[in-house]
Design a protein around this ligand. Structure first.
Ligand code: ZN
Length: 175
């Protein structure tokens, strides 16, 4: 059975007891909060719980290493203006994959997945292009600085940063 087949099978069971909370479009996110965090699957569900947030309280935006490039900024700006976001929280986390990948390993993995050598030659520094970093807390600060410097970020937006420990569940303020 493929993963999608398994999901569809599970979903047939899910809809039998599903209760639509009927969240109204204009009322959400109720905390006027957007959270920018990492794509790491270990954060799913547990981060909301650690922050005491319920479905509909906040907009969650996920990028690799909670970094922002031009394209990713589009989602942040859409959230801010479409959902009247007043606070943006950047959440870095313990053991982030973007903190321990290296250029050599990246190139090796891509070649193994069938990417042509010539295609890789177009990139001087894939590590930098993907936004790898060495310090997750410093990376949160860098993302916030990028957001604050962006010409389309409103001055009244409160931007804060935290570091989430996957092992202890503790949330530590960074900025
Ligand atoms: Zn991560």
């Amino acid at each position: 059975m493929s993963i999608l087949d398994a999901i569809l099978k599970k979903n047939q069971e899910f809809v039998k007891t599903y209760q639509n909370p009927d969240l109204k479009r204009g009322d959400i996110p109720s905390q006027k909060l957007a959270v920018l965090t990492c794509i790491d699957a270990r954060l799913d569900g547990v981060l909301q719980e650690a922050m005491g947030l319920q479905r509909g309280d906040a907009v969650f935006i996920k990028t690799a290493g909670n970094n922002l490039n031009y394209g990713e900024m589009r989602s942040v700006l859409t959230a801010i203006y479409k959902y009247d976001i007043k606070t943006l929280l950047v959440v870095g986390h313990e053991d982030c994959g973007m903190g321990w990948w290296g250029e050599t390993e990246l190139r090796k993995i891509m070649l193994e997945r069938g990417i042509k050598k010539e295609a890789l030659e177009e990139y001087d520094n894939i590590e930098m292009w993907l936004g790898c970093f060495t310090d997750a807390r410093q990376n949160v600060i860098s993302t916030i600085e990028k957001l604050r410097a962006y010409s389309l970020t409103p001055a009244d937006l409160e931007i804060r940063g935290v570091y989430f420990s996957l092992s202890s569940g503790h949330i530590e303020p960074v900025l």
